[in-house]
Design a protein around this ligand. Structure first.
Ligand code: NAD
Ligand code: DAU
Length: 399
């Protein structure tokens, strides 16, 4: 019987980054059905029509989206305004170095959208907003998100990622909420060895963090689950793999390499560049969160990932090729401290329960992303000309 997530995990299927996601999942489903009975805990079949019908029947929602001026949060705002124009989005962001109001320019005048500059650690401010807006749903993206920065300065990660989450949940308890959704990360599971491609993270994989960043996210996850068990707060958690796409801050691997390559600057690859990440186009992440909000079971964790594992060095070479830049720009630099080897998500649960499938193949998504950075040079050039310069010099100057 296919009853435990470990069982799901032990089914080895060869994955190729260029295979269409539907084909991959269909092939995997076929193998699962062929090889064993599928138990209740691990359903692979679903019906897209039913899923979308249920969405249409939903009532209008007042949704607070924290961290909506950042990379994934802003993409989520755009996705929701397009997909559910009947809902109201209240974007809360304190505009740290990673938040950019110009990203939200296209929705600022939309009557279904409101931007509020607010720190999620500000208890009074958060409570005032709850009284004003009476939210039905809170989706918490707000976080310090960069591993390298957490190694330099862990304190702010603990404050925002743990304490900020607690402040939001306390307001949810006090004023009531239909759903509090915590946007978490696959990094809470630690890493997998490079020589065991048969292993994946399931929702049952023990938490085993490496960096101050992942530890702060794991702590927040535990707190969210504790608020559910102790106070009955209706929560869900998603743990997604690495995202890529438009509006990602140029400190992260893909936009950093694109921006440096365009300036013919060295491309700093940590260690030997053999670490593996499981890349997902940002819109597929947004779609998964929307499905969890509308159909996910309260108290549950859902892993999100599209089986698209790539070595860092291969991504950097691909970017060079797409931009017509020489690989001689690549510079191997001192490795990240505690560098996680491999992340790989098993998305069987969200696929089986909610019918989620990634839609953008990496070969298309990476081209779209590179071209977005080419077409939106002003957006990232502004960032790179500011405080970011000091950061870059500090992190890479003597590396
Ligand atoms: P990001 O750094 O681009 O954006 C974070 C946003 O949060 C910024 O707009 C920032 O101004 C805001 N913020 C930070 N501290 C705040 C505070 N105290 N109060 C209010 N706003 C604050 O991050 P991202 O890559 O978009 O990640 C968003 C979320 O998704 C994070 O929780 C992250 O852990 C999670 N996540 C990211 C990835 C990824 O690949 N980027 C993958 C999985 C999960
Ligand atoms: O897995 C999800 C996580 O993905 C999110 O929770 C984090 O918020 C997000 O930042 C991301 O974390 P990573 O550490 O995996 O992403 P980053 O882009 O920083 O690095 C990706 C890989 O590239 C990693 O193995 C380190 C390497 N790298 C990164 C940078 C910035 C380099 O080789 N050179 C670099 O300059």
């Amino acid at each position: 019987m296919f009853t435990t997530p470990d069982d799901c995990n032990s089914m080895i299927v060869k994955v190729s980054g260029n295979e269409r996601p539907e084909t991959f999942f269909a092939r995997r489903n076929k193998q699962a059905t062929k090889s064993r009975d599928i138990g209740d805990n691990c359903k692979f079949s679903y019906n897209v029509e039913v899923q979308y019908k249920r969405q249409q029947e939903d009532k209008t929602l007042n949704i607070i989206v924290t961290g909506g001026a950042g990379f994934i949060g802003s993409n989520f705002v755009f996705y929701m305004i397009e997909k559910h124009p009947e809902d109201r989005i209240i974007c809360v962001d304190s505009l740290t170095y990673a938040g950019n109001l110009s990203t939200l320019e296209s929705v600022m005048d939309n009557p279904a959208f409101r931007f509020v500059k607010l720190d999620i650690r500000d208890r009074e401010g958060v409570e005032k907003l709850f009284v004003e807006e009476k939210p039905d749903v809170v989706v918490n993206f707000a976080a310090e998100s960069h591993v390298d920065r957490s190694i330099e300065n862990p304190g702010i990660f603990l404050e925002t990622n743990i304490m900020g989450t607690a402040v939001l949940m306390d307001a949810c308890r006090k004023y009531g909420i239909q759903r509090f959704h915590q946007v978490s990360t696959d990094e809470v599971y630690g890493d997998l060895p490079l020589d065991r491609p048969d292993l994946f993270f399931t929702e049952e994989t023990p938490i085993h963090t490496s960096s101050p960043y992942s530890t702060s996210k794991a702590s927040a996850d535990l707190l969210v689950l504790a608020y559910h068990r102790t106070y009955g707060l209706p929560v869900t958690i998603s743990r997604c793999s690495n995202n890529y796409g438009p509006y990602q801050f140029p400190e992260k691997l893909i936009p950093l390499m694109i921006a440096n390559a365009l300036h013919d600057q060295p491309l700093p690859v940590y260690g030997e560049g053999l670490n593996v990440r499981d890349w997902l186009y940002v819109e597929d992440h947004c779609k998964a969160i929307d499905l969890i909000l509308r159909g996910g079971r309260v108290g549950e964790v859902y892993n999100i990932g599209g089986h698209n594992e790539m070595r860092n060095i291969d991504i950097v070479k691909l970017i060079c090729a797409e931009l017509g830049k020489p690989e001689s720009l690549i510079k191997y630099v001192t490795d990240r401290k505690g560098h996680d080897q491999r992340y790989a998500i098993d998305p069987a649960k969200i696929h089986g329960e909610l019918g989620w499938l990634p839609e953008t193949m990496f070969k298309d998504g990476i081209k779209k992303t590179i071209h977005w950075y080419l077409d939106n040079q002003a957006w990232w050039e502004t960032i790179r000309s500011g405080e970011y310069r000091n950061y870059y010099e500090k992190m890479y100057g003597n590396r």
